[in-house]
Design a protein around this ligand. Structure first.
Ligand SMILES: [Zn+2]
Ligand SMILES: [Zn+2]
Length: 283
């Protein structure tokens, strides 16, 4: 039932059907974006980033927490979410805990737009404001590594070591946006936060692909229409764009053909439609 695609060095695995369910794992980073379904393997992931509180994005969180024990995980997962929903979500899990008589615990991390949190020493998540009827966020995964200052590149090792001993600052921090995840938002998120367009891999919703849904109707629901992506075709600098949250208005086997027909080739070749290979929406 899971779709798996490769985007640069990353595996992108999960399910995403607009309004039905979205859950996308990056196994190399041990993290999950949204919790719309709870396949067995996702129970072993230690970090979950929730875009917002709509059921198609959080509905399977209790089930995922239940599966964790079967993976031998004794600590609760870190769950990153918009700060405004922390109390409601932890309150809901407390009620479910009472119902189950079994603890459904998370380490809740509430974020506001612009906040950063270190997932690992070299990997940070930064929250971005998205535009949806409920509190919602996009996330940037930023890799920070210490690099030798460029002016020292030609020097021999012992010379560099001597400068370090002398107290010189020989490194600088290199920041690279590895993955961006933006779903359930007006397209204006790309204009307000253009760093999304520079992420190495952009995982982005494109719920509607042609005039089966008008641009106005897509905007009224706070979702992105392919017309709006095409308008901005020149601005995407991403190596790969994983296009997800596609509406079931479209058959999975026509998604690629619609993109081929409508999207300028320079952009089209970087888009990976996140739809099942077997031609059927899961479930
Ligand atoms: Zn959604
Ligand atoms: Zn939503």
């Amino acid at each position: 039932m899971l779709t798996t695609v490769t985007a640069g060095p990353y595996t992108v695995r999960g399910v995403s059907v607009g309004g039905v369910y979205t859950s996308i794992a990056i196994p190399e980073l041990g993290l999950l974006f949204d919790a719309g379904i709870s396949p067995r393997s996702f129970g072993g992931l230690d970090t979950i980033l929730l875009s917002h509180g709509h059921a198609d994005h959080i509905g399977a969180l209790p089930a995922l927490l239940g599966i964790r024990g079967l993976h031998g995980k004794s600590r609760p997962p870190r769950v990153v979410m918009p700060a405004e929903i922390v109390d409601d979500l932890t309150g809901a899990l407390a009620l479910l805990t009472k119902l189950q008589r079994w603890p459904l615990e998370i380490e809740a991390i509430g974020m506001n737009p612009g906040d950063e949190f270190a997932l690992r020493p070299d990997l940070h998540v930064r929250a971005i404001r998205t535009f949806h009827p409920v509190p919602s966020l996009a996330y940037l995964l930023i890799r920070r590594v210490a690099k030798l200052r460029p002016e020292l590149h030609g020097l021999a090792g012992p010379e560099i070591a001597a400068r370090r001993r002398a107290g010189d600052d020989i490194t600088e921090i290199d920041e690279r946006i590895e993955i961006a995840y933006a779903t359930d938002t007006l397209v204006s998120v790309l204009d307000h936060s253009p760093e999304l367009l520079r992420a190495r891999v952009l995982i982005m919703e494109c719920t509607f692909l042609d005039d089966r849904k008008s641009l106005e109707a897509a905007r009224a629901g706070c979702h992105i229409h392919l017309d709006e992506v095409i308008e901005r075709a020149e601005r995407f600098e991403n190596e790969h764009i994983v296009m997800m949250h596609t509406s079931q208005l479209y058959r999975t086997d026509e998604v690629a053909a619609i993109l081929d027909r409508r999207v300028p080739p320079g952009l089209r070749k970087r888009i990976i439609p996140f739809v099942p290979a077997d031609g059927h929406w899961p479930g």
